[in-house]
Design a protein around this ligand. Structure first.
Ligand code: DC
Length: 224
C-alpha cells in the first residue's frame, strides 16, 4: 500500500506525513530531503548547482539513509547526520534548482521506488503521486494560501533560531513555487486522482484526521 502526499512549500506535508505515518505505523519517505541532500553534497564538493552533468553524478552516487532515533527522523548522508543542515534556507534554494534537472530526477527515481519494494509506504514530495508512484492507492495534494504557508515557515525558521523577515520568506516561497510548478519535468501538479486538502484554516491534527479517515478503508487490518 502506497500513500502519496504532494504539495507546495510549507503546506504542512511533513507534519501530516509524520502524523499519519505514526497513526497507521507506516514508514515514511521524505523525497524533498533527498533533493536537499543532492544540493548539500554538491555544495560540499564545491560544485555549481547549475552544473547539470556534475550534479547528476552526485545524485547517482548519493549514499542516503533515514533512521528514526527517539521518535525523530534523522537523515544521514554518507554516514553523517545532516538532518538540520539540509533545512538551511540556502539549501532549500539549491534543492529547488537541482530538482529541475533531468539527470538528477532520473537518478533519484530509482532510489525512491526502491523504498516501496519491500514495505508499505507514505511518500511525501512534489511528484510522488504523479511520477514516482502513479499506481499509489491513495493520493493527497495538500495546499494552503501562500501567506499562510509563509507565516508557518517564518515561525518554523524562527523556532530554529534563524532570523528572517516574513516578506523575505514569502518572496522565497513564491520563487520556489514558481520554479517547482513551471519546470518542464515532473512539475508540481495535483495528480488527477489525488484528493486535494486546503490546510489554510486547519490544524495539523485536523489534516491528519482527515487523511486517516480517507486511508482507513485501504488498511489491511483496520486501526482504531
Ligand atoms: O519538500 P522540500 O521543501 O523539502 O523540497 C525541497 C525541494 O526539492 C523543492 O523545492 C522541490 C524539490 N522536490 C522535488 O522536486 N520533487 C520532490 N518529490 C520533492 C522535492
Amino acid at each position: 500500500l502506497v500513500i502519496t502526499i504532494d504539495g507546495p512549500v510549507a503546506a504542512g506535508k511533513t507534519s501530516a506525513a509524520r502524523g499519519l505515518a505514526a497513526r497507521i505505523d507506516f514508514p515514511l519517505l521524505d523525497t524533498g530531503a533527498i533533493y536537499r541532500c543532492v544540493a548539500l553534497e554538491a555544495q560540499s564538493r564545491d560544485l555549481n548547482w547549475h552544473d547539470e552533468a556534475e550534479v547528476a553524478r552526485v545524485a547517482s552516487e548519493l549514499e542516503i539513509e533515514f533512521q528514526t532515533e527517539g521518535g525523530t527522523r534523522r537523515v544521514f548522508l554518507s554516514n553523517t547526520d545532516v538532518t538540520e543542515e539540509i533545512r538551511r534556507p540556502e539549501i532549500s534554494q539549491g534543492a529547488s534548482i537541482v530538482s529541475e534537472q533531468v539527470g538528477v530526477r532520473a537518478a533519484l527515481l530509482t532510489l525512491q521506488r526502491q523504498q516501496a519494494v519491500r514495505s508499505d509506504l507514505i511518500a511525501e514530495g512534489r511528484d510522488t503521486g504523479t511520477v514516482v508512484f502513479p499506481q499509489a492507492e491513495r493520493k493527497f495534494f495538500l495546499t494552503a494560501a501562500p501567506e499562510v504557508r509563509a507565516h508557518r515557515r517564518f515561525l518554523e525558521l524562527r523556532s530554529r533560531g534563524i532570523e528572517t523577515h516574513l516578506r523575505d520568506v514569502l518572496a522565497e516561497l513564491e520563487e520556489r513555487d514558481r520554479r517547482d510548478s513551471s519546470r518542464s519535468i515532473a512539475p508540481l501538479v495535483a495528480a488527477v486522482d489525488a484528493m486535494t486538502i486546503d490546510s489554510s484554516a486547519m490544524s495539523a491534527a485536523e489534516v491528519i484526521e482527515e487523511m486517516y479517515r480517507l486511508v482507513r478503508r485501504h488498511l489491511p487490518v483496520p486501526r482504531s
